[in-house]
Design a protein around this ligand. Structure first.
Ligand SMILES: Nc1ncnc2c1ncn2[C@@H]1O[C@H](COP(=O)(O)OP(=O)(O)OP(=O)(O)O)[C@@H](O)[C@H]1O
Ligand SMILES: [Mg+2]
Length: 354
């Protein structure tokens, strides 16, 4: 069996927290015991509210920061075992696309210089071939090659994100992490850029980790979805399963909170409470302080990520997953189907309008 493109085993990373006088106030457990496997050529979405550890997880996956514990394997290989030179060579296989296309491009570099930089860094084409390769990359992301001599400020947000994508593709990566890659863009432009990413993933056989708080975007593009809450994964499975048959009360609440979806009142009210502090998270299940179903066991024991279903690939960390009210589950299943249809209609309109 071939190894997954990316595998995380019980990965944790904390950041020290200091008060105004520089005294230690403990640590934020930004990612706390996460295991994940991302098969080659697949799209895994990581969703969850702000501060739950999504970006930290993405940076760990690319080895931009190191874990405190646990293992991260890229094509079955622990990159910590590599020499600095081998690690540098590996870097071309992994790229990050940031949220903000205004901040991620150097204003003093033309488009050509920005896209050529990784080509040069990794010695991918001889200098004489650079211009052609940049032109090819630009047309791949839907930009006219003549634009190569222009400066970032001459482009719209969507165009700049396309340039950032061309730059990410330049090294010929196998794995791309997109950290909220469209959330800074206008809604109509978001759909175009998501469609572009989807085409590129398919055509180039990329493995993609999509970090997003926007479930509409995720539903459109992800094969699998991992839901994070306070540094942990609370549910993971095939996208259609997680959206259509959410097992964890937190996932249900997130889905019910998607705007304009005629959500159940109970579930919407649920997420109004604040996320507890990641410095001192609740005992047992971290979601229990906002969960309408919580029982004594939820405070006493950490629920394991487990599959209570027949297939074994849709897991949730909830003590009560077998006992949650079926009515709520059914409602959300229907809402999931409706939502999916509406989103698909929306995205296919966008595609034809592009
Ligand atoms: N370099 C850092 N130093 C200190 N704390 C950090 C650092 N990076 C992240 N954190 C903390 O770790 C937690 C997780 O942050 P992270 O940025 O991973 O969340 P996120 O899910 O990406 O949030 P958002 O949706 O707002 O981008 C937060 O409490 C954050 O304040
Ligand atoms: Mg983030």
């Amino acid at each position: 069996m071939t190894a997954p493109m990316l595998e995380l085993r019980d990965v944790a990373r904390a950041f020290p927290v200091r008060d105004a006088l520089g005294r230690s106030k403990g640590a934020v457990r930004a990612v706390d015991g996460v295991s994940l496997s991302v098969p080659r050529g697949s799209v895994l979405a990581i969703v969850g509210e702000s501060g739950c550890g999504k970006s930290t997880l993405g940076r760990l996956a690319l080895r931009l920061i190191e874990p405190d514990s646990g293992a991260i394997l890229f094509e079955g290989e622990d990159l910590r075992s590599l020499s600095p030179a081998a690690l540098r060579a590996r870097r071309r296989d992994m790229q990050l696309i940031f949220q903000d296309p205004f901040a991620s491009l150097d204003p003093r570099m033309t488009v050509e210089q920005a896209v050529a930089e990784p080509l040069r860094l990794h010695g991918i084409v001889p200098r004489s071939g650079e211009r052609d390769r940049v032109a090819e990359l630009l047309s791949r992301v839907g930009l006219r090659p003549e634009l190569a001599r222009r400066w970032p400020h001459e482009f719209s947000g969507g165009q700049r994100q396309r340039i950032a994508i061309a730059r990410a593709l330049a090294s010929g990566p196998k794995l791309i992490v997109g950290d909220e890659p469209v959330s800074a863009l206008d809604v109509s432009v978001q759909a175009q850029v998501i469609n572009l990413l989807q085409d590129l993933i398919r055509e180039l056989g990329l493995t993609f980790v999509l970090i997003s708080h926007d479930l509409g975007v995720v539903r459109h593009i992800a094969d699998r979805v991992a839901v994070m809450y306070l540094g942990r994964i609370v549910e993971e499975g095939p996208a259609a399963e997680v959206f259509g048959n959410p097992k964890h009360p937190y996932t249900r609440a997130l889905l019910a909170a998607v705007p304009g979806q005629g959500h159940t009142r109970g579930a919407a009210a649920l997420l109004e409470g604040d996320v507890p502090s990641p410095i001192n998270p609740p005992s047992g299940c971290r979601f229990r302080t906002r969960c309408p179903h919580a029982e004594a066991i939820c405070a006493a024991e950490i629920p394991p990520l487990a599959d209570h279903g027949p297939k074994g690939d849709h897991i949730a960390a909830c003590h009560l997953q077998d006992r949650l009210p079926p009515a709520a589950a059914r409602h959300e299943r229907d809402a999931g189907g409706e939502r999916l249809k509406r989103l698909q209609a929306f995205f296919s309109d966008q595609r034809t309008g592009e």
